[in-house]
Structure formats: C-alpha cells, structure tokens
Design a protein around this ligand. Structure first.
Ligand code: ADP
Ligand code: MG
Length: 352
C-alpha cells in the first residue's frame, strides 16, 4: 500500500493543484441529463426542472472514520460515495451528482490519490452519478474526504423519518451486523500482524463480513423495487449507526412507539458463527453495530401482500402508540426497552 517501497511514488507537488485535479478527474463522464455544467467553472450548474433537490454530506477523517492499514484506498473512495448515496436513497430519491473534497498530506503520492479516485470512479459508474466538483487542499497530517451527494425526488415520492403511523409494519432490507463484525476481524488481524508480520491471515470464514465492511453497497435497488411493487413507505431511514438507533429516530420523530421482534432480525450465517467465536450476542451486534447501509422503513399494513414474498425485505416489527414505548420483544418473549445502545438492556439481562 502507501508504505510499499516497490511502488512508484510521484509527488503531488510535481503536478501542481490544477494538474492534480484534472489528472484525477479526467476519466469521469457525464451521465445525468440534470448536469448542465460539471467541473471547470466557479460552480457546477444543475437543472432539476420540477423535481425537489436532495443534498447530503459526510466528512471522513483518517484515524477517526477509517484506518488505511486495512482499508485499501480504492475501497475507501467507493465507500465514501456509498455512505452519501445511501442517504439519498433513504429519502426514496435518485442520486444524480456528487462533489468530492480532499485534504491530503505529503505522505500521499499521486498513486495513492489515483487509487482513491479509482474507487470513486467505480462508484460513479455503478450508480450512474456524475462527479461535478470538489475542492483540493493540503493537510499537515492524514487524509480527509468530504463528499456531498445531490439527488432528486418528486414531492409525492419523498419519504421522511417523521411520518410513521401506529399499526404500520417495520421493514428492514438485507441483513444486519456484518459490517461491524468485519471491522472486528480486520482489527484482530492488524494486531496479529503487528506481533508477527509474517503471519498470513486466513479470512475465508469471514469473506462476507469483510466485504460488508470494506465494500458496502447503497440500496439503490430498493428504491426501484419499492416503485415496481407500488409501495410508498410511510417513513424511511438508512442504517448507518445500528438498527436500534435508527428505529429510535423514526419513532421519536414520528411520535410513535414500536415492538421489534428479536427472532425476526435478519442475520447472515457468518454473523451468527462469528458472534459465537467472538462470544458476542448477535442481537446486540445487529442493534448497535452500524455501517450496514441497509434501509429501514415502515409500510401501511395494506401493502403487506406486496412485499411479503420478497427475499430482500424482512418485517421485523410494528409501530404502536407512543404511550407503549419502544420495545424489543426477546426470543423468550420478554419486553426490553430499546435504547440507543440496545446492548445495555441485553447485557444486563445476561448477567442476572
Ligand atoms: P475554485 O478556485 O473556484 O475553488 P478550484 O481550483 O478549487 O476552484 O477547482 C477547480 C475545479 O475543479 C472546480 O470546478 C472544482 O469543483 C473542481 N475540483 C477541485 N477539486 C476537486 C476534487 N478533489 N475532485 C473533483 N473536482 C474538484
Ligand atoms: Mg477550490
């Protein structure tokens, strides 16, 4: 990676700021009709006609949000885009453009930034979004990436967090907890490597987990699926911080309560086996793990027949009156209050 002495290292100072920007962005092609002007002027120009515009931004800081000792730069670039697109899809919208701002120290050669932009480029191609601008500056230490995603949605289609209603069903896409466990596996290998640099980690039992951590996919497919099924969720949010915290956001903002059923939470077999190996409670991990980038939404009961056969969607509970509170119904049929650190309640229970 960056420290690899065999790789070519071209100093970014050699290119100059403008040379660097045009070098990094030369392969990006415009795909969206809403992009009137991309890079090259003082501002990008977009035209959404009669649609509403969605804007969302995230800042990622080396050492806080990512660790380059096990996160390849290409994956980092891809993931940084996914994190933002996920927020657009969580509004039931279509992501159309991004801007990318980076601050880099002289520790990074041109080749490192090329790798980062390869990941950004792959994300733009796969999800049909246009890179339309950004900013480039130096940092004294480390790498910072800030991405802004722009999207569009019709007024009728937009789905907010604060509109869930009692008796609605609580639905989640995909499965949960894998990204967090992937991080635990990578952290463990990093520690082993520090002690014995010749060790060859066997990550085969954890491929899904590591992939979910290093190469998450935003659920653009779900926005299309919901349209095809003719289902408009009554509320929606993406799962970046863990299921528990996201359910609490929906319930608090909608002024409702909920019952979430532990036995319904979708888990990949690798999550179950790795939780056993690490002696972790898989429900705890699904509730608090984070970085899954799945979508959590509520639907009216009348829409249940439309979604029930779909393997991408799992009904995990239902919305109640606010007075009933937010609860996890355990496998033993006990009611536990849902907290932002869902594991508190569960751990206390385990210790009894
Ligand atoms: P300004 O001086 O107007 O801020 P810059 O010199 O920073 O312009 O950038 C020149 C052009 O390149 C602008 O269109 C800007 O949006 C774009 N740009 C700058 N940095 C990046 C980057 N890291 N990725 C993509 N586009 C960039
Ligand atoms: Mg600038």
């Amino acid at each position: 990676m960056i420290e690899d002495k065999n790789q070519q290292r071209t100093s970014i100072a050699e290119l100059g700021e403008f040379g660097l920007i045009s070098h990094l962005t030369q392969n990006f092609k415009i795909k969206q009709t809403t992009t009137v002007k991309a890079m090259g002027d003082d501002a990008a120009v977009l035209d959404f006609k009669n649609k509403q515009t969605l804007i969302t931004t995230d800042l990622l800081v080396e050492g806080v949000h990512f660790d380059l000792s096990y996160m390849p730069l290409k994956h980092l670039g891809y993931k940084a885009v996914m994190v933002n697109l996920s927020d657009v899809y969580a509004m039931n919208g279509n992501a159309t453009q991004i801007t990318v701002s980076i601050a880099v120290s002289n520790r990074f050669p041109l080749e490192a930034l090329e790798e980062l932009y390869e990941g950004i480029h792959l994300a733009c191609e796969t999800y049909a979004v246009d890179l339309v601008g950004g900013d480039t500056t130096s940092s004294t230490k480390g790498l910072l990436i800030s991405i802004t995603a722009i999207g569009e949605v019709t007024k009728k289609k937009a789905v907010y967090r604060n509109t869930a209603k009692p008796n609605d069903l609580l639905v989640v896409t995909g499965d949960l907890g894998a990204a967090y466990l992937g991080l635990q596996v990578l952290e463990r290998e990093k520690q082993v490597f520090k002690v014995n640099p010749n060790s060859q980690p066997d990550l085969t039992p954890y491929t899904y987990l590591v992939e979910r951590q290093l190469k998450p996919e935003a659920r653009k497919d779900i926005v299309k699926l919901l349209k095809d099924l003719e289902v408009k969720p009554t509320s929606m949010i993406d799962i970046s911080d863990g299921l528990s915290s996201e359910i609490i956001h929906i319930c608090t903002q909608s002024k409702v309560g909920c019952n979430l059923f532990e036995e319904k939470i979708p888990l990949d077999p690798q999550v179950i086996s790795t939780c056993e190996e690490f002696e972790l409670n898989s429900t705890t991990i699904a509730l608090s793990g984070g970085e899954d980038y799945e979508l959590l939404f509520t639907i009216s009961q009348k829409d249940y027949p439309k979604i029930k056969a779909n393997p991408n969607l799992t009904v995990i509970g239902h919305i109640t009156d606010e007075s009933e509170g937010m609860n996890l119904i355990t496998r033993a049929n006990q009611k536990v209050k849902l907290t932002a650190q869902g594991w508190n309640a569960l751990f206390n229970k385990k210790e009894d």
